[in-house]
Ligand binder design. Structure first.
Ligand SMILES: [Zn+2]
Length: 377
């Protein structure tokens, strides 16, 4: 391994040992402190540590540089695994394996190394580093909070949390998380004619939704992007505790993704209309939990050209079904570059990141910063 690959690998593996999940606020704090330990003591830096609803964030810039031209963004939170033993790593076949390697502690290690290298050589470079801890649950108290409540702004952001080394994301679908609920009348399950079962109403509506989203929209293929609306039922619940009782209400949560020209309000209106047709008694309601419009990322063509030069591979511009923190910056017209090293099995036990691609990604970002900020690196 090259010295750079060794540094990136050990920093990634150290970060992976911390089970910084949503249910473990102390571990998330420890992960933030771990990053701070690498940055404190550098006189030229201004370090701001924020907290919103128990979620900590860091924004680090050269002193006096409130709006850096380029902002490097990453998140330290990782998805939950049942056993703490899962939060370990192995290196084999040139890859780091284990939870958080690909999403996105390997990328955070690159951002830290890159930031330190630039700042040590050019202490007043117009470069910032933003680290958050709630991306996996929606980013509300992380990047959204920093942008909306703390006024975080930049010329362009680099977020290595989507796409691939030579796949640069140019658009992301919008998101609706909502709850579809039916109310009825509870009763004894032996005499169903005396009750009004909200589960039946709910199931009929979900069936209608499924028919629409599977029959009116072309099927997805494994290889190509699926630039159409989708709707997933993710939870169904009633307050019922008894097998022989018909419940008084039933709710399902829906995760809806949509590309333009659909908007959050046009999709909500569509869902309400479709559901209403299957609800003669008007017992269904649909309430949104979060909504986000579809996003256009507008990556800098210079970054794409540098990627092609250093990988000897043409760049593919991709449209993503999933959302990222990019949407919070997009809301203020800030372009985002969303590509990353080669990763796999994201959110699984055997998640991995390819070490050679980490080095390549580092060099792509380094060359881009050198060009954009006119710095000798
Ligand atoms: Zn991520």
């Amino acid at each position: 391994m090259t010295p750079l690959a060794e540094r990136l690998t050990s920093l990634t593996r150290d970060l992976m040992l911390i089970p910084s999940t949503d249910s473990r606020p102390d571990e998330r704090r420890r992960a933030v402190q771990f990053v701070l330990n690498h940055l404190q003591g550098i006189d030229s830096l201004e370090i701001k540590r924020y907290e919103s609803q128990g979620y900590e964030s860091l924004v680090v810039t050269p002193k006096g540089c409130d709006h850096p031209d380029v902002l490097l963004c990453g998140h330290l939170d990782v998805v939950e695994h049942a056993s703490l033993d899962a939060y370990a790593s192995t290196v084999r076949d040139g890859q780091i394996h284990g939870p958080g390697s690909g999403d996105m502690k390997g990328a955070v290690a690159i951002l830290i190394e890159l930031f330190l290298r630039v700042i040590r050589r050019h202490p007043s470079a117009s470069l910032g580093l933003a680290i958050t801890t709630d991306e996996e649950i929606g980013g509300t108290n992380g990047l959204h909070y920093l942008v909306e409540s703390e006024g975080l702004r930049c010329g362009i952001a680099i977020i290595p949390d989507g796409g691939a080394l030579t796949n640069v994301t140019i658009a992301e679908k919008g998101i609706i998380h909502g709850r579809l609920c039916a109310v009825g009348e509870s009763g004894h399950a032996a005499r169903p004619w005396l009750a009004c079962n909200p589960l039946t109403t709910l199931m009929d509506a979900l069936t209608a939704l499924r028919h629409h989203f599977t029959e009116q929209i072309p099927p997805a293929t494994a290889s190509a992007e699926h630039w159409y609306p989708t709707c997933s039922v993710t939870q169904i619940a009633t307050p019922n505790q008894s097998i022989n009782r018909i419940p008084s209400e039933a709710c399902a949560t829906l995760d809806i993704r949509f590309p333009p020209p659909h908007t959050a309000s046009s999709m909500v209106a569509f869902i309400e209309e479709l559901v209403r047709k299957h609800d003669p008694k008007h017992s269904l309601t649909f309430n949104t939990i979060i909504t986000a419009e579809a996003t256009t990322l507008d990556p800098d063509p210079v970054f794409l050209a540098i990627t092609e030069r250093l990988t000897h591979t043409p760049v593919t511009k991709v449209r993503a079904s999933g959302g990222s923190d990019a949407r919070f910056l997009n809301a203020h017209g800030i372009p985002v570059i969303l590509s990353r090293p080669t990763v796999g099995n994201l959110h699984g036990h055997d998640e991995w990141i390819d070490i050679a691609s980490m080095e390549t990604y580092y060099h792509i970002c380094e060359a881009y910063l050198s060009d954009r900020l006119a710095l000798a690196l």
